[in-house]
Design a protein around this ligand. Structure first.
Ligand code: SAH
Length: 343
């Protein structure tokens, strides 16, 4: 199996059968070897830098009903909130002062935030913080909306494909959702010129090893600039409340393989990983991740953006929090940096 890791390291490509073989027959030795090679690549391209992004979860209203997600429309138990323009700008002000040079606005698909409302927010953020990168993650929108966001100055967009396999997608979502329009959105985002991020959950219900191999093939073809990979974690008020969480080690292995596949990709150590394993984010960095997205949302709403159970809600809204994170990175030989870190 080391031969396959070496091939990936040298050529940054594998066939679907090879991905399947690696994932299916993985053992500790192969996984550790993949981590080592992934670190080698990260160090070559990024030295020992880990980029910090300030995450602002600005609405948990959502019109969609994804079976896995805690803020799905059908979850009547969730207390809904939205941050208005002035609240979002306050998060940016605090984040900017703490040194963050990227803001990520993420939310459910909330019809309140029309293009017009989003554009007002975008203009104001870009006007006040011209040196900061702005990333949006607000789901599927029309080509025209994406184009307007880009023209207003948005730099990056995150939209996970969730799973590349159409049948599997169908088992995770209601009938009105399909991954064909979602993939089209990704193509549109890239064509418009965003640094585009996609990604998937590891261990989502009904997922097979073959599905993961398909995700890696999709990523090979799409070549995203950013890639979010985190374990599925059940949420108690969803149809998947009884499903087991994804495997941490497999998630880390996929991060390492992704680093080998896309050497320059911006690869976050996800919050979901940090939720399942207290050392998850450090382990992710040691497996090739190079981005961390601390939460800048106001403390009183943070618990309400509950995509899954026990989501870590420790914020980095204080200088002390940022210093602690920097310290935990330093302890493993990495440096938390605040530069924009464009692709
Ligand atoms: N509405 C936006 C943002 C979604 S939330 C969009 O559609 O892109 C960001 C990501 O959280 C999702 O893409 C999904 O992959 C992940 N997520 C949702 N529920 C989850 C769960 N139960 N466990 C782990 N990750 C989850």
């Amino acid at each position: 199996m080391k031969i396959l890791i070496n091939k990936l390291f040298q050529k940054s490509i594998l066939q679907k059968e090879e991905w399947f073989f690696l994932l299916k027959n993985r053992n500790k030795e192969t996984i550790d070897y993949a981590f080592e090679k992934a670190r080698e690549i990260s160090l070559q391209y990024f030295e020992n830098k880990v980029f910090a992004r300030g995450l602002i979860e600005f609405t948990n209203y959502c019109k969609n009903n994804c079976f896995y997600c805690g803020i799905r429309a059908g979850n009547k138990k969730t207390i809904r909130y939205r941050l208005f323009k002035k609240d979002i700008l306050e998060c940016c002000r605090i984040g900017n002062e703490l040194g963050f040079r990227t803001f990520v606005l993420q939310g459910g698909e909330d019809p309140y935030f029309t293009d017009e409302k989003m554009l007002e927010i975008i203009y104001e953020i870009k006007n006040k913080y011209p040196d900061n990168a702005l990333t949006l993650s607000v789901g599927e929108r029309s080509y025209e909306s994406y184009l307007a966001f880009k023209k207003a100055g948005v730099d990056r967009y995150l939209l996970r494909h969730e799973t590349s396999n159409g049948d599997h997608y169908g088992k995770l979502h209601p009938n009105n959702l399909s991954n064909i329009p979602r993939k089209q959105c990704l193509i549109n985002l890239k064509n418009i010129g965003f640094q585009t991020g996609t990604g998937f959950m590891v261990g989502s219900p009904y997922q097979t090893i073959e599905n993961l191999a398909e995700d890696l093939i999709f990523i090979t073809d799409f070549k995203p600039q950013m890639l979010g990979i985190g374990p599925f974690i059940p949420h108690k008020d969803t149809p998947f409340s009884g499903s087991p969480a994804g495997n941490v080690e497999l998630t880390l292995f996929l991060l390492a393989l992704s680093r080998l596949l896309l050497p320059k990709v911006l690869l976050p150590a996800t919050t979901a990983l940090g939720t399942l394993d207290p050392k998850g984010r450090e382990k992710a960095v040691l497996a090739g991740a190079n981005v961390i997205m601390p939460n800048l949302s106001p403390p009183h709403v943070r618990k309400q953006y509950n995509l899954y159970n026990n989501k870590i809600a420790t914020g980095l809204e204080t200088a002390e929090g940022v210093a602690n994170l920097a310290e935990s990175m330093a302890a493993i030989g990495y440096k938390l940096v605040h530069e924009r870190g464009d692709y």
